[in-house]
Design a protein around this ligand. Structure first.
Ligand SMILES: [Mn+2]
Length: 296
């Protein structure tokens, strides 16, 4: 069995390890998997880079503009990275699912750090097993619904997820899309990047909430939803995206949405500059945690 030598010993936001805090409400899990990448690889190093960048966010408590300390409302722990052999995507998938299942069966909420976006499929399988089919809230430049993609393809997971009955397509929405897709057969509502950039964060959040309704939600954030100016360190960057400020404010507008699971994916540190991308990812993850805590 091979060993993932790129695992990182630092926890996100310096929270305790899960083994030392088994009663945690939310458990961070790194998934250093990039075997399903179509473009530039390197997202196996994403979880470590996000944790490293989060060190710059620890001092700002309570985080601006929130009015409470995150740790007063949520117990957060970090389970480290899922371990799996390289070159074996099915074995990795099994390991991701087993790890996620054990956390969900223990009543924890999972916040996953990719890894390429394929990792959301095994995460969704276990969330749907626990919670039933979920409304998908998906931030991305791409729809990831390629019906001709393979079983291990970071551009086809949401096609497979619909086929597997993991999602509630009519209550699902994709935000920030700016690559082509077949609208006629498309299963989800799309708020494309041009529409989002022409509207206020409040208007976008309101429309997202209308679509999701009161359904249980899985929130997945592909960092390439942001414009490459804000997130260059990713495998398939596309110009014309959201600013980090707009994305953060859209997420802040989701307090009270019934979010059952979350991930931030596609951070590829080898293409990053000055930790721009990993800092954006860490900040988005922190905003997701505050948004959840505000709704508790
Ligand atoms: Mn993408």
């Amino acid at each position: 069995m091979s060993v993932a030598i790129y695992r990182n010993p630092f926890t996100f936001l310096e929270v305790p390890w899960y083994r030392d805090c088994p009663e945690a409400d939310v458990v961070i899990t790194g998934i250093p998997f990039d075997m399903a990448t179509s473009g530039r690889a390197g997202t196996r190093s994403g979880p470590g880079a996000i944790r490293q960048a989060s060190a710059n966010l620890v001092w700002d408590q309570p985080r601006y503009p929130w009015d409470f300390e995150l740790s007063d409302r949520l117990r957060i722990a970090d389970a480290g990275d899922v371990d799996f052999p390289y070159g074996e995507p099915q074995a990795a998938t099994d390991a991701i699912q087993a790890h996620t299942r054990s956390l969900l069966e223990a009543g924890r909420t999972v916040l996953g750090f990719g890894g390429d976006h394929y990792v959301t499929l095994p995460l969704l399988r276990e969330h749907a097993r626990t919670h039933g089919p979920l409304a998908l809230l998906h931030f991305d430049a791409h729809t990831d619904t390629d019906s001709e993609g393979t079983a291990f393809d970071h551009g086809a997971m949401f096609h497979h997820a619909v086929e597997e009955g993991l999602l509630l397509p009519e209550q699902s929405v994709q935000v920030g899309i700016r690559t082509t897709f077949s609208r006629a057969a498309h299963p989800f509502e799309v708020l494309d990047a041009a529409w989002v950039n022409e509207h206020s964060a409040d208007e976008v959040s309101r429309r997202v909430r209308e679509i999701l309704g009161d359904r249980p939600v899985y929130l997945t954030f592909d960092i390439d939803c942001l414009d490459p100016a804000y997130a260059p360190g990713t495998g398939t960057p596309v110009a014309g995206g959201l600013s980090s400020d707009l994305a953060l404010r859209i997420i802040r507008g989701l307090v009270g949405v019934d979010i059952r699971g979350m991930d931030v994916v596609e951070v590829s540190p080898a293409y990053d500059h000055a930790e721009l991308t990993s800092l954006a990812a860490a900040t988005l993850a922190l905003e997701m945690l505050y948004t959840r805590a505000a709704g508790v």
